[in-house]
Design a protein. Structure first.
Ligand SMILES: Cc1cc2nc3c(=O)[nH]c(=O)nc-3n(C[C@H](O)[C@H](O)[C@H](O)COP(=O)(O)O)c2cc1C
Length: 173
């Protein structure tokens, strides 16, 4: 199974996590910055796609990441990604932005789902402390939230557990 890792970032934290996940997932290709991706049909080269998105536009209904992802959402929604497995991770700050924790994940999740992708990599909200998140659907997040600002000591365990989950859900990585 070929797996692509894609990210967008403002201060580099989402890129750093993309690199760390790449180190944990032998079969995945080197992470690509969405600012360097000219043609979204590139997604169709992969059977699995892992996408990283930070949240910067606090409280916004749309374009929540403040990165290259925002301008691409509609186009992602118009692709045909049926048969592809897609997992999302998000960077945020559960302490300072506890009412909007990792909100941008939900937006990306919604447009990939619209494209027909099979969404994987959901994570229980149980191990997290936050007030509200648009990315929490019932008692699961629609991806893996990470907090390098106030919980960086938890990141290693979170990404290693998630990469094991993805190995199951995207069999063949
Ligand atoms: C002005 C500003 C607004 C932010 N808004 C949010 C937010 O609404 N929700 C959240 O979870 N994190 C928020 N953050 C935290 C960032 O998402 C976090 O620092 C993230 O790791 C940045 O990732 P990046 O370095 O890849 O851009 C905000 C940070 C700043 C400085």
């Amino acid at each position: 199974m070929t797996v692509g890792i894609y990210f967008a970032t403002t201060t580099g934290k989402t890129e750093d996590i993309a690199e760390r996940l790449h180190g944990l997932l032998d079969g995945a290709e080197s992470p690509r910055d969405m600012s360097d991706v000219d043609d979204l049909n590139e997604f169709t080269n992969h059977e699995g796609i892992i996408c990283g998105i930070p949240t910067w536009n606090t409280g916004a209904d749309s374009e929540r990441s403040g990165t290259a992802w925002d301008a691409l959402l509609e186009e992602i929604g118009s692709l045909n990604l049926s048969g592809k497995k897609v997992a999302i991770f998000g960077l945020g700050d559960s302490s300072t932005y506890t009412e909007n924790y990792c909100d941008a994940m939900e937006e990306l999740h919604r447009f990939f789902k619209k494209a027909g992708a099979t969404m994987v990599g959901y994570v229980s909200t149980k191990e997290y402390t936050f007030d509200e998140s648009k990315s929490a659907i019932g008692d699961v997040f629609c991806g893996l939230p990470l907090d390098e600002d106030s919980e960086s000591d938890m990141t290693d365990a979170r990404i290693s557990q998630w990469s094991e989950q993805l190995k199951q859900e995207m069999s063949g990585i």
